[in-house]
Design a protein around this ligand. Structure first.
Ligand SMILES: C[S@@+](CC[C@H](N)C(=O)[O-])C[C@H]1O[C@@H](n2cnc3c(N)ncnc32)[C@H](O)[C@@H]1O
Length: 199
């Protein structure tokens, strides 16, 4: 396991050198942050049926935590745009559906991969380092695919919500957040975004 983690961290750094803005962080998420993402995801499921979609799975740190938190492997689908990282995920995770693709095309990727229903989206995409139009496309695609009331869980290192206010207003999203995880490097906060179900 230690050598797998080492291989993952080395590969992550190599891919960061190639595309720093698409990777966001220099190293994978730490275990406390990954656990907080997974526990928040579990809490948000509230008995919903369907897949848990992980966006930007990288070398699988959050994936491991989602599995450890009890998300069944056959309910998990990982979307990773970088072909080398998607290959790494395929080699190291047996069971989750691993999709090489762009999160901005989520509804089309679901159709192409036979995924009918989503229970939650958990994202470690580096929204703060991506251009505004790309963030618009990705978050709009997520809420086109998610049923009303279901959550998108997203961490950030920043002080503001990782989905900008104009976009939250346009999509009528409600945002909530957990405590800052000071022992992650850098310290991070897990946010939850939902489009409330119609009453
Ligand atoms: C900050 S890393 C997170 C990796 C891992 N989940 C973690 O927490 O350690 C962001 C990941 O998102 C991927 N990525 C960036 N833009 C993407 C997009 N539009 N669609 C899918 N994956 C993307 C990158 O290749 C990278 O693996």
């Amino acid at each position: 396991m230690a050598s797998l983690e080492h291989a993952g961290t080395a590969l992550f750094l190599k891919r960061w050198l190639r595309r720093p803005f698409a990777m966001g962080a220099v190293v994978p998420s730490g275990p406390l942050l990954a656990r907080a993402m997974a526990e928040t995801t579990q809490r948000c499921l509230e008995g919903r049926l369907g897949h848990v979609i992980e966006l930007g799975a990288g070398t699988g740190e959050v994936t491991k935590a989602l599995l450890a938190a009890g998300i069944p492997t056959q309910r998990l689908a990982l979307i990773e745009r970088d072909p080398v990282l998607a290959g790494f995920l395929r080699q190291n995770f047996r069971g989750p559906h691993i999709i090489e693709g762009d999160a901005a095309h989520l509804p089309g990727l679901m159709v192409a991969n036979g995924i009918e229903r989503i229970a939650a989206v958990v994202s470690s995409l580096p929204l703060l380092s991506l251009p505004g139009d790309v963030v618009n496309e990705i978050v709009s695609a997520v809420f086109e695919a998610l049923p009303a009331g279901a959550a998108m869980i997203q961490f950030t290192y920043g002080t503001k919500p990782p989905v900008p206010k104009t976009l939250r207003d346009r999509l009528a999203l409600k945002a909530t957040h957990g405590k800052r995880i000071w022992r992650n490097v850098p310290p991070a906060v897990v946010w939850t975004f939902r489009k409330p179900a119609a009453t």
